[in-house]
Design a protein around this ligand. Structure first.
Ligand code: ADP
Ligand code: MG
Length: 261
């Protein structure tokens, strides 16, 4: 039995809703009373920015966590949301693939650091849009992988590549790795294509696909420029309602108690 939960949010395609899902799932779990740490593993640092972490608060980043003697406790900083911490990222991380590739334990750097997480903590890792060393570190550290899939043409095409990376990690460094699920994002119900992609995904992937689908919602896309999750920026929006409902399904899959607080 694990005493903490580590979930990598991954898809090598950019712009599919990884960061939006990491920020809002993290916020929803924290609001429900679960101690949650978001690890920003993307050099773009969008999760850090989206949670209001200013440049001067990024003295210590995930790069220091991976490459040096810093710890999860020394690099995770509070956000404006109670129960939600973040290990921030900056563009320094862009050179990590090269810098870290010479280290002996290069795929286990994150796993080694996350093992010190306190019991009951949920750790969400926001992966970069690539299947390189950073995403592999996330998969080696994780119990499971959550895959956001944008409801658009070709959505399913990149999935086989992602699943074969998961398989490789399972055969080598992390035999316990599971697929947590597939989350359909940015769906537009006025668009037949979104419905077709959803039908295809459910036919192909079955119960792996979460019942909740995240709709395309302008409030979701506005929230990052206000440095807030949409759950804080506009709790009454359709996007917020969908992310709250998804977070409850996610917690059930992790078999978390409804209310930890
Ligand atoms: P990724 O991390 O996979 O690159 P993002 O989460 O950054 O993707 O999302 C890409 C863009 O789409 C961002 O500008 C984000 O604000 C926007 N976006 C994400 N989800 C939604 C949604 N449900 N409705 C509208 N815009 C969204
Ligand atoms: Mg992102």
């Amino acid at each position: 039995m694990n005493n903490h939960y580590i979930v990598a949010i991954a898809n090598q395609k950019g712009g599919v809703g990884k960061t939006t899902t990491a920020v809002n799932l993290g916020a929803a779990l924290a609001q429900a009373g679960h101690p949650t740490i978001l690890v920003d593993l993307d050099p773009q640092g969008n999760a850090s920015t989206g949670l209001g972490i200013e440049a001067d608060q990024r003295d210590l980043t995930v790069y220091d966590l991976l490459s040096g003697s810093e710890t999860l406790a020394s690099t995770a900083i509070p956000t404006d949301i109670e129960n939600l911490l973040i290990v921030p990222a900056t563009s320094d991380l862009a050179s990590a693939d090269v810098d870290l590739s010479q280290m002996p334990d290069r795929t286990r750097l994150l796993r080694n650091k996350l093992s010190e997480a306190l019991p009951g903590t949920i750790i969400l890792i926001d992966c970069p849009p690539a299947l390189g060393l950073l995403t592999v570190n996330a998969m080696v550290a994780a119990d499971s992988v959550l895959v956001p899939l944008q409801a658009e043409f070709y959505a399913l095409e990149g999935l086989s590549q992602l699943l074969s990376t998961v398989k490789q990690v399972r055969q080598t460094a992390n035999p316990e790795l599971r697929i947590n699920g597939i989350l359909l994002t940015m769906s537009d119900y006025r668009n037949n294509l979104s419905q077709q992609v959803e039908a295809d995904a459910r036919a192909t992937l079955g119960d792996l696909v979460y019942p909740t689908v995240i709709p395309r919602n302008v409030r979701v896309s506005e929230a990052p420029s206000h440095a807030q999750p949409v759950l804080e920026y506009d709790p009454g929006s359709k996007g917020s309602a969908a992310y709250r409902q998804f977070a409850a399904e996610f917690a059930a899959r992790l078999k978390l108690a409804e209310e930890a607080a």
